[in-house]
Design a protein around this ligand. Structure first.
Ligand code: 13P
Length: 248
């Protein structure tokens, strides 16, 4: 199957809880020159900690990079210590927001229901949510991968506009472990995810130990439209190699 041109290539760096503002400036000095070689039509997104957003939005103005956030609360404002709202993000130049990352589900009590609320709110404020789904090693070994992901999609995507959405398949056992899901297997799961969507043109990423040495093979898969990168997005040279992947 050939990739339809309407499915955008979306490459995002999830910086998690890494990089001060000074470290962010340093990263940009090394990274930005590489974007001159980036082929047209690739969406490049950086999702830094909140404190880096305004620095980045000033520096990145006019560049190819779009800004993403790592969380959004479902209320516009209120007594929600530690949370951040849609208007705060859009004011900082944010266009995308990661929702339902496995680290939020695992450590911060995120459920499919709260994921759905956050997705709705992101869209309400004109942001494009990146919904993360994926199974643990235990669930994979028990043969539950397909049913678990199907449930995450069913509940997460309730009443969500699929024309303004990115999905990331991130098998939890492949995150930060150096153990990548085989490209062919990631392609299979992403195909299954697509078959459950009402809009077949949603861009679907793979995430989990994406590195310069496996990016070309991953992006050669027909169902995979991009990547969500953790560790390898923190270093300018390695993220540049990923963004400038070569088509096989
Ligand atoms: O969680 C991830 C991106 O959201 C993946 O992290 P790693 O690339 O470090 O495995």
């Amino acid at each position: 199957m050939t990739k339809l041109p309407v499915r955008k290539i979306v490459i995002a760096g999830n910086w998690k809880m890494y990089k001060t503002q000074a470290e962010t400036q340093e990263f940009l000095r090394g990274f930005l020159p590489h974007l001159e070689e980036t082929p047209q039509g690739r969406e490049v997104i950086l999702c830094p900690p909140f404190t880096d957003l305004s620095v980045l939005s000033k520096t990145l103005h006019g560049s190819l990079i779009q800004l993403g956030a790592q969380n959004i609360h479902w209320e516009e404002y209120g007594a929600y210590t530690g949370e951040i709202s849609g208007p705060m993000l859009t004011e900082s130049g944010v266009r995308f927001v990661i929702v339902g990352h496995s680290e939020r589900r695992q450590y911060f009590g995120e459920t499919d229901a709260t994921v759905n609320l956050r997705l709705r709110t992101a869209q309400r404020f004109g942001l494009t949510p990146i919904l993360c789904v994926g199974e643990t090693k235990q669930q994979r070994d028990a043969g539950e991968t397909e049913s678990l992901i199907s449930l995450q999609l069913d509940k997460g995507l309730l009443d969500i506009d699929q024309s303004n959405l990115v999905i990331a398949y991130e098998p939890i056992w492949a995150i930060g472990t150096g153990e990548t899901c085989e490209a062919v297997e990631a392609n299979r799961i992403i195909g299954l995810i697509r078959s459950q969507l009402s809009n077949a043109n949603v861009s679907i990423q793979y995430g989990g130990s994406v590195k310069p040495n496996n990016i070309d093979e991953i992006m050669a898969q027909p169902e995979i439209d991009g990547v969500l990168v953790g560790g390898a997005s923190l270093e300018a040279e390695s993220f540049a190699r990923i963004v400038n992947f070569q088509s096989l």
